[in-house]
Design a protein around this ligand. Structure first.
Ligand SMILES: [Zn+2]
Length: 278
């Protein structure tokens, strides 16, 4: 049987077991301490599953906020941890064509999802929506396409139920683990963290022990549409030469390949987000 040697894990926070509110994922809030502990618990459960599947090397990218959420000493010793921000490829920093598979832990659904816990797309304050080649795309869709650009299949996602459904729509055949079921944007029925850990370990092992889905590739050239939450953001992002304004709150650009497209998208979001901070 094929054994994957190197895997990449991108770990966000909103889709971690038990987390339901922004204050819990905000490092300036006192409730953050317990949430970061839950986060590393889900990560280490995934690492265990990868080791059980025979993986030799694991690289983890901390993908939430300032990307310094997990204390290095709490992370499973088998994993390398990429932390800090800004990073060239953000949530996916470290991905390249040397990996056999990409996995996603703590993921949430795109902005506007019904019963999607803490749903948003990259920036809750700046971004109303992103479309790639005409398809509304959230963080899993964006990040799995970057893995696919490097020929890496996306094989597993853990997060809330809505995030697992979104992942299955973008990558048919992806293995998922739902750790909570939202009943609104800020409330959910949650598995006990110990139980979600067991589920994540078992599902990661399963995902890495069966045939992988095809790498998710988007057609090139790549059209990016970036819909902001305010027109001020477009006023500023209009300064980036590759972006053209479509309407009051929407920018459009077309790029030769996906890495270039995601770079432009992230630059637009950084700049747009800064436009309202005065
Ligand atoms: Zn996040």
């Amino acid at each position: 049987m094929y054994k994957p040697g190197r895997v990449f894990i991108s770990i966000d926070m909103e889709g971690i077991s038990g987390i339901v509110n922004w204050v819990e994922v905000d490092r300036n809030n006192s409730e953050y301490a317990f949430a970061r502990k839950l986060m590393v618990g889900d990560l280490n459960a995934a690492v265990e599953g990868a080791l059980e599947a025979g993986v030799k090397e694991i690289v983890v990218s901390d993908a939430h906020g300032g990307m310094r959420n997990m204390r290095p000493e709490d992370v499973h010793e088998a994993a390398y941890l990429v932390r800090g921000s800004p990073k060239p490829n953000g949530m996916m920093e470290g991905i390249d064509d040397s990996f056999d598979a990409a996995l996603y832990v703590g993921y949430h659904s795109m902005k506007g999802t019904v019963n999607g816990i803490l749903c948003h797309t990259i920036s809750g304050s700046a971004v109303d929506g992103v479309s790639i080649n005409g398809r509304e795309t959230g963080e899993f869709g964006l990040n799995s396409a970057l893995a696919g650009f490097y020929g890496v299949p996306s094989v597993f996602l853990a997060g809330d139920y809505a995030a697992t459904k979104e992942a299955e729509a973008f990558v048919p055949g992806v293995t998922t683990a739902a750790v909570k079921w939202a009943v609104g944007r800020y409330s959910a029925k949650c598995l006990h963290p110990n139980e979600s850990g067991k589920l994540i370990t078992a599902k990661v092992k399963e995902a890495l022990s069966k045939p992988f889905p095809e790498p998710r590739c988007v057609e090139e050239p790549v059209e990016v549409k970036l819909r902001f939450t305010s027109s001020t953001m477009c006023d500023i992002v209009s300064l980036i030469p590759s972006f053209k304004r479509v309407d009051g709150r929407t920018m459009r650009g077309e790029y030769v390949d996906y890495q270039t497209a995601i770079n432009a998208l992230r630059a637009g979001i950084y700049l747009g987000g800064a436009a309202e901070r005065r």
